[in-house]
Design a protein around this ligand. Sequence first.
Ligand code: PEP
Length: 255
Amino acid sequence: METRTPLIAGNWKMYKTAAEARETAAQLVNLVTDADGADIMIAPAFTALESVFMVISGSRVSMGAQDLFWEKEGAYTGQISAEMLVAAGCQYVIIGHSERRQYFGETDDTVNKKIGAAIEAGLKPVVCVGETEHERESGQTFSVLDKQVKMGLKGYFVEDLSDLVIAYEPVWAIGTGKTATEEQAQEVHHYIRSLIEDLYGNAFSESMRILYGGSVKPANISALMAMADIDGALVGGASLDSESFSRIVHFKIKK
Ligand code: PEP
């Protein structure tokens, strides 16, 4: 079986000015110098990208953006292109976060276009999928994920997707303090990996990282990471503080 380097990613959402983000990023860089078992990424707000890049560049910490627009340039007021993100120092981009789906009209179709733009610019897409509480309770978890994954990746070939990361984020666990149990998360991660295997073959599905997101904290990361198909975490609230994010980065693998 392929070994997948864990990725611990922090989504800073609409928190922190450029100065605040730079300060947290600088603290984090110092706290994770020894964390060589995992890739580390933080995704500050667009306005903080350049200042964060100044302090992370050359360190163990990479940077991502929280969204992008699929066109290269043009009269699209308020939007940011993949090339602009690359120029600001991003290596990753989060796509299809549930907050974007819930509040900003993100659909599987827009996710699909954004994945293409990210790949073309050389950004690693972190594509978020996940069911709502109602969908889980009514037994639709797998059908929802099936649709989100298949529509999001529609039209792409395995050679396009070498940098793809999928983040399973049950909507009912984001920012609520409710975490999926490690068994619940593992069941879904295994399902997603088998979907990817059906679409793109075994070698690719075994190499692709699937992150868990939803109230990940220093106290629950180790148990989650012990699961066979959990390859890292997308962390919201607990990534805003450099100490707590660093403790998550330093999880002890029990696999
Ligand atoms: C997220 O924003 O992707 C997230 C999982 O948030 P939290 O960790 O706060 O639940």
